[in-house]
Design a protein around this ligand. Structure first.
Ligand SMILES: NC(=O)c1ccc[n+]([C@@H]2O[C@H](COP(=O)([O-])OP(=O)(O)OC[C@H]3O[C@@H](n4cnc5c(N)ncnc54)[C@H](OP(=O)(O)O)[C@@H]3O)[C@@H](O)[C@H]2O)c1
Length: 266
């Protein structure tokens, strides 16, 4: 739908892709509800945009998700688009992922969007229209080593989205997955866990504004799945056509550090 005058909730709006998406939708004339944990950063964002309110919320908390939707309805009377963008990363070998880190990533990246969906769908059903946009990652389809926990959360988010789309068939509510590749934000500095850098083989990435434009296009055209770049599509296609080759290349690229570590040099 055209976001002009539509009410749009954006989670993770205090930085990176969410902040760029807030600016992009504001320029398109949307009325915004900005959510994240950092109250001060959110308030500054909202003050700088023409029609925006800030609602500090931790999406891992189901009650906070319900309050967020209630506050959006109290402020604007409805919710037209929910953009589940808030997320955190996690690195580390699958064999030693810490329980607390894994549970946190699942709580924020997977359960948060589910709680918000549960809160917002009755509002959208009553209006007979709406859209839920879930920000996933190319890693949902082609995981990299040491990013398996994060990739699993995003893969699960995509399957929840696919099931939800079928459940909402005929309701007027669209469900869209946006699948960005590497994006130049502070995401990797904030991720949980320990482990090796993916920088060595990761492409330099696109600016968050490119992802924001893809999300805006997805709002307008309501596809099932949206990519940010052709390079992302191509990379996933290669992984599907030649999975063994891709896995061998990844194992070699990521194995280098392990071979060089002091423990393996004796
Ligand atoms: N950067 C990439 O390379 C990349 C690639 C593919 C997909 N993505 C996805 O894109 C989305 C945005 O990431 P980004 O790159 O923009 O990272 P970012 O700059 O770190 O932004 C993450 C946002 O999520 C918010 N957030 C984190 N935990 C939260 C929680 N528990 N409750 C509410 N908000 C929370 C953060 O704000 P507070 O800390 O204030 O809560 C922040 O606004 C994520 O879902 C990520 O998985 C990123």
């Amino acid at each position: 739908m055209d976001p002009r005058n539509r009410v749009v909730i954006i989670t993770g709006a205090s930085s990176g892709i969410g902040a760029a998406t807030a600016r992009c939708f504001a320029a398109a004339g949307a009325r915004l509800v900005l959510a994240a944990r950092s109250a001060e950063a959110l308030a500054q964002m909202a003050a700088a945009l023409p029609q925006a309110i800030a609602v500090p919320a931790d999406v891992a908390d189901p009650a906070a998700c319900h309050r967020l939707v209630e506050q959006a309805v109290a402020a604007y009377g409805q919710v037209d688009i929910l953009i589940n963008n808030a997320g955190i990363g996690l690195t580390g070998p699958v064999t030693s992922l810490a329980r607390a880190d894994l549970e946190r990533v699942l709580a924020v990246d997977l359960l948060g969007p589910i709680w918000l969906t549960q809160a917002v769908v009755p509002v959208m059903r009553a209006a007979g229209r709406g859209q839920i946009i879930n920000v996933s990652s190319v890693l949902a389809v082609q995981p990299l080593p040491y990013l398996g926990g994060y990739a699993a959360a995003k893969a699960a988010l995509e399957q929840i989205s696919n099931a939800l789309r079928i459940e909402l068939h005929g309701s007027g509510i669209a469900v869209t997955v946006v699948r960005p590749g590497t994006t130049r934000t502070g995401f990797n500095q904030r991720r949980l866990g320990s482990g090796r850098e993916r920088r060595r083989i990761a492409p330099p990435g696109v600016p968050p504004e490119a992802v924001a434009r893809a999300i805006l296009r997805a709002a307008r055209t309501e596809p099932r799945l949206a990519y940010v770049s052709w390079a992302d599509r191509l990379a996933l296609l290669v992984g599907r056509l030649a999975p063994g080759l891709v896995e061998a290349v990844l194992a070699r690229a990521f194995g280098w550090e392990e071979q060089q570590s002091p423990a393996n040099k004796q």
